[in-house]
Design a protein around this ligand. Structure first.
Ligand code: UDP
Ligand code: MG
Length: 317
C-alpha cells in the first residue's frame, strides 16, 4: 500500500450544521498542520471535511476553504446520515499514513495532534486514543454515561472505557480494519475495541463547544446506547428468555399451591380479583418487553439485509 505522496496525517472531521464553527476549526487545524512541517521529522497533512447534510451553509464554507487551501477536501451528503456515516466516509477517503478523527467544534483540540503523532511514530501502538474528563457535564448525563459503559462492557465482553471518544489517531492498518466491518448499524465505540490492536490512552480536559450547539439530546443519546447494545450483543434476548422462564416456573408453583389448598381447606374463596388483575398486567407487561427486545433485533437484521449504502454523496472535492 506504499503510496509516494501520502500526507503524513489526515484529519477526518464530520460536520453537521457547523457553519459558525468551521472557519475557527480550520484556522486552528491549519496552524497545527503548519507547525508540524518544522518537526525534527517533518509531517504533512490533509483535512477531510464531511458535510453530513447540513441545513445551514456548511457546504459553502467547505467549498471556500477547499478552494483556498489544497490540503482541504470535502464530501457533502445528500441528507443527514448521522455522525457514524460521516466518519465512515471520511475514513474511506483519507489518504494519510496516520488518520485522526475529530469533531469540528474544537472539543477535540487539534493542538494535541503533534503529541499523538510522536507517540504513534514510535511504532509501538496502532492507535492513540483519548479519554476526556467529564468536567462541566450535567451530573445526570455523567451518571448515565458511566453506567452505560459498565453495562455495555458486561453485555458485550468488549471493554468500553468511559470517556473514550472518537478523537483518536490511527494507523492505516487500524483504519482499514474498522472500515472492513461493513455493518449498517455502525457503533464506533464498539467497533474500535472490537478490531483489537494496541491502543495508548492519553487524557485531556473537557473543553466547552466554541460555537454552535450540541446535536445530541438526552433522548437521542438514550436511543444511541440502545443501538450500541443491540449492535454488539445478543444478550438482551437471553434476558427476555430467562424472565419468561422464571414467570413460567412461578405460575406452575401457584397452580400447585391452589390445588393443594383446595384439597386441604376445601374451598378456594381467595379474594382474587385485584391480585389477579395485577398478575395479568404484570405478565403481559413482561411479554411486551420481551417482544420489544425481539423486535429491536429484528429491526437491526432488517436494515442489515437491505444492504443500503451507508450514505449518499452529493458533492465531493
Ligand atoms: N455530527 C455529524 N452528524 C450529526 C450530528 C453531529 O456529523 O448528525 C458532528 C458534529 O458536527 C460534530 C460532531 O459530530 O463535529 C460531534 O457533535 P456534537 O458536538 O454535537 O456532539 P457532542 O460533542 O455534544 O457529543
Ligand atoms: Mg461537541
Amino acid at each position: 500500500m506504499a503510496q509516494e505522496n501520502r500526507p503524513t496525517v489526515s484529519l477526518v472531521v464530520p460536520c453537521y450544521n457547523e457553519e459558525p464553527m468551521l472557519p475557527l476549526f480550520y484556522k486552528e487545524a491549519a496552524r497545527v498542520l503548519d507547525s508540524m512541517a518544522s518537526l525534527p521529522e517533518p509531517a504533512t497533512g490533509e483535512i477531510i471535511l464531511v458535510d453530513d447534510g447540513s441545513k445551514d451553509n456548511t457546504c459553502k464554507v467547505m467549498r471556500e476553504l477547499s478552494a483556498a487551501d489544497s490540503r482541504v477536501h470535502y464530501i457533502s451528503f445528500s441528507r443527514n446520515f448521522g455522525k457514524e456515516a460521516g466518519m465512515l466516509a471520511g475514513l474511506r477517503e483519507a489518504q494519510g499514513e496516520y488518520i485522526v478523527l475529530l469533531d469540528a467544534d474544537l472539543q477535540h483540540p487539534p493542538a494535541m495532534i503533534p503529541e499523538m503523532l510522536a507517540d504513534i511514530r514510535t511504532g509501538e501502538y496502532d492507535c492513540i486514543g483519548t479519554l476526556r474528563t467529564r468536567k462541566g457535564d450535567a451530573p445526570l448525563r455523567t451518571f448515565f454515561a458511566r453506567n452505560f459503559y459498565k453495562v455495555m462492557s458486561k453485555l458485550t465482553n468488549i471493554e468500553m472505557i468511559d470517556g473514550a471518544g472518537d478523537f483518536r489517531m490511527m494507523t492505516r492498518q487500524y483504519v482499514e480494519a474498522c472500515i472492513s466491518l461493513n455493518e449498517r448499524n455502525r457503533f464506533s465505540k464498539g467497533i474500535f475495541p472490537w478490531v483489537g490492536f494496541k491502543t495508548k490512552w492519553i487524557k485531556f480536559e473537557n473543553v466547552e463547544r466554541a460555537a454552535g450547539i450540541t446535536k445530541w439530546s438526552f433522548w437521542g443519546l438514550f436511543l444511541y446506547s440502545l443501538d450500541g447494545i443491540t449492535a454488539f450483543s445478543s444478550k438482551l434476548l437471553a434476558v427476555a428468555s430467562i424472565l419468561g422462564f422464571l414467570f413460567f416456573l412461578g405460575s406452575i408453583g401457584l397452580i400447585i399451591f391452589i390445588i393443594i389448598h383446595r384439597l386441604i381447606v376445601g374451598t378456594s374463596n381467595f379474594e382474587g380479583w385485584a391480585s389477579l388483575i395485577c398478575v395479568v398486567l404484570f405478565c403481559s407487561g413482561i411479554q411486551l418487553l420481551a417482544t420489544g427486545i425481539l423486535g429491536q433485533y429484528l429491526a437491526k437484521a432488517y436494515t442489515e439485509v437491505k444492504q443500503r449504502p451507508h450514505y449518499i454523496i452529493k458533492e465531493q472535492k
